[in-house]
Write a protein that binds this ligand. Structure first.
Ligand code: PRP
Length: 211
């Protein structure tokens, strides 16, 4: 079993139940989108555990007390396209979050990431950044994303995935020990086209019907 200090496998029954829907080849677009949104809710709940909080005084109807508030703004960064399938769920829990976009696709021949659109907020160093991408395969797309985010100043970064493959996880947890990775499953391998096996297919195509 793969172990890394900055890897969190979110393998509780509810996340596994959502993943079961996502993995099943019979799942149609509508149910696929819904399960991806719901899994994002669970992953955001886990990833926000590490966010620092401030103690704030408040008066309940009965007494004065202290409550905890997340101590800074959050920036969600979906990696296009498939990351968009997690954005709505993440925004449901973090409605005031800023959203930045990383547009990348993998060259089908080389599996290398090609950047086609980047739109990130200024002063990324002020934000808790949550990267959303259902699939971590070779790690090329995420490596490019993390490189860009750090170049723009981000220091607090966590990444949320439905499925991550061992080669990508090994690479990313080693290259970025300061980043935390949350995934509902770690799958053992990649096929000759760099698809995760058993995986769930091409998440972007299954979300948007471009099979
Ligand atoms: C998929 C997926 C990740 C990437 C993972 O995107 O959503 O971004 O591949 O692979 P890697 O770890 O080997 O880089 P894809 O290139 O299929 O683009 P899409 O989301 O637009 O379909």
């Amino acid at each position: 079993m793969l172990e890394a200090r900055n890897l969190y496998v979110v393998d509780q029954p509810l996340s596994q139940h959502k993943l079961a829907v996502l993995r099943d080849e019979r799942t149609r677009y509508r149910e696929f989108r819904q399960a991806m949104r719901e899994l994002a809710l669970i992953l955001v709940g886990e990833a926000t555990r590490r966010m620092p909080t401030n103690s704030v005084p408040v008066r309940t109807p009965l007494a004065q007390t202290e409550v905890q508030e997340i101590s800074g703004p959050v920036c969600l960064v979906p990696v296009l396209r498939a990351g968009l399938g997690m954005l709505d769920g993440a925004l449901a829990l973090l409605p005031e979050a800023t959203v930045g976009f990383m547009g990348l696709f993998r060259d089908e021949r080389t599996a290398e990431p090609i950047e086609y659109y980047v739109n990130l907020p200024r002063n990324l160093e002020d934000y808790f950044v949550l990267v959303l991408d259902p699939m971590l395969a070779t790690g090329g797309s995420l490596s490019a994303t993390l490189g860009k985010l750090k170049e723009e100043g981000a220091t607090w970064i966590s990444c949320l995935h439905a499925v991550a493959a061992v080669p990508g996880v090994e690479r990313l947890t080693r290259e970025h020990p300061d980043v935390h990775f949350y995934t509902a499953a770690v799958d053992p391998e990649l096929d000759e086209n760099a698809f995760i096996v058993p995986g769930l297919g091409d998440a972007g195509d299954r979300l948007y019907g471009t099979l």
